[in-house]
Design a protein around this ligand. Structure first.
Ligand code: FNR
Length: 382
């Protein structure tokens, strides 16, 4: 694992290992990918100014998120079909989270059920929700998540419809996996993935599928057929937030907030936290970068809820930047997924280790010893 010296190393390895269709699904954005570049530019433009001659011999990056102490300010973001990135990918990722004592957020669209992930990893789990058209089925899913021990529900609010990702169509990539000549050649060019991930999954658990989808929506092949009842609901509104708040006993987070007014509305609905996020530039291509809107949202929140941020984190200094802008914690999506695709649990764990080490170096060079000192390093524009 020493060979992985940064997130980009893991990305390169992931690109080699995964079929092109799968890698592009992991790596790319939507439409013209303007916000992919924007996420990078947004973080790169931020400057943190060091304090000279501070004693930084005792540094700590531990924090408390939602009342629970954790050794670093990271959460592993929900990512659909992580189970295709490496064998038993969701469990492998949860084990990496467990190794670092940070939460892993299980996606509605994961390939392994939250019950199995909980049993096989022992990790602290959050559950991410895409609301289905059939609300009764949606609530039944939430009860499963609570029963499996998820203490935090993350409602994704930025995905009313599936975004336009033309490369998926060109690559013939989609869930359920559809056989095509192009996808077949792609897979045959990656025999190691085919044997280690696909065939092994087929042998042990059957055809890869969305594990949380009800059985009656599966074909004989075991593939999920997205029936109307469990397709994405396009009418999700604040009424659903109120209903979820009444139903869900644990903490409730809204993921994908990009406006101060929505943060204020979230507070009025009794929400515990928000994730300021543009979904890693994977949905609305003209969305703002979280770094641009974060300070106004933090000001509107006024400490009344926990503010997390994500999108574009590839270095420990990116984490420092989000924290300097006022976030309480940071989610990472692609970075650990690259590690997972590169080398399973050790790969994902190595990426988290690298990010933590880079955050530590950044703090030392900035002359700060605790995370709550980061906001004062922010270099304001002249
Ligand atoms: C995601 N993301 C995501 N978000 C969500 O709420 N539910 C989901 O199922 C998924 N699926 C998903 C798949 C893949 C392959 C990626 C890369 C991302 C978005 C994710 O939670 C997070 O917001 C972004 O990944 C953050 O940006 P970075 O860290 O990837 O730049």
């Amino acid at each position: 694992m020493v060979t992985l010296l940064n997130v980009e190393d893991a990305r390169r390895l992931a690109r080699r290992r995964l079929p092109r269709g799968l890698f592009e699904y992991l790596d790319r954005g939507t439409e013209d990918e303007v916000s992919i570049a924007g996420n990078r530019a947004g973080l790169d433009a931020i400057r943190l100014a060091p304090f000279a001659l501070e004693d930084v011999s005792q540094r700590a990056q531990d924090t408390v998120l939602f009342g629970t102490p954790q050794p670093c300010p990271l959460v592993i973001a929900p990512t659909a079909v992580a189970g295709l990135m490496s064998y038993d990918g969701e469990v492998a990722m949860a084990r990496a989270a467990k190794a670092h004592d940070i939460p892993f957020c299980v996606s509605t669209q994961s390939m392994t059920s939250i019950e199995t992930i909980a049993r096989d990893s022992g990790a602290r789990l959050w559950f991410q929700l895409y609301v289905w058209k059939n609300r009764a089925r949606t609530f039944a899913l939430l009860d499963r998540a609570a029963g499996a021990g998820a203490d935090t529900l993350v409602l994704t609010v930025d995905t009313a419809v599936s975004p336009k990702r033309e490369y998926n169509q060109r690559n013939g990539f989609g869930i359920p996996l559809k056989p095509s000549v192009r996808a077949g050649i792609d897979v045959l060019c990656h025999p190691r993935w085919f044997a280690d991930v696909f065939l092994r999954t087929l042998r042990t658990t059957g055809m890869p599928t969305y594990a949380h989808y009800p059985d009656e929506f599966r074909t004989a092949l075991g593939r999920a057929v997205v029936g109307d009842e469990i397709s994405l609901a396009t009418d999700v509104s604040w009424k659903d937030v109120a209903a979820l708040r009444a139903h869900w006993k644990g903490r409730l987070i809204l993921k994908g907030i990009l406006r101060a007014s929505d943060a204020t509305r979230a507070i009025a609905h009794g929400v515990d936290g928000i994730v300021v996020s543009n979904h890693g530039a994977r949905n609305l291509d003209c969305a703002p970068h979280p770094a641009h809107v974060l300070p106004a949202i933090v000001a509107a929140a006024g400490g009344r809820l926990t503010v997390l941020a994500d999108s574009g984190v590839r270095r420990g200094s990116d984490i420092a930047k989000y924290l300097a802008l006022g976030a309480d914690g940071v989610l990472v999506g692609r970075a650990p997924l690259y590690g997972l695709a590169a080398a399973g649990t050790p790969g994902a764990s190595r990426v988290i280790e690298l990010l933590r080490a880079e955050l530590d170096t950044t703090m030392a060079l900035l002359g700060v010893t605790r995370l709550d000192q980061l906001p004062r390093t922010l270099q304001m524009e002249a």
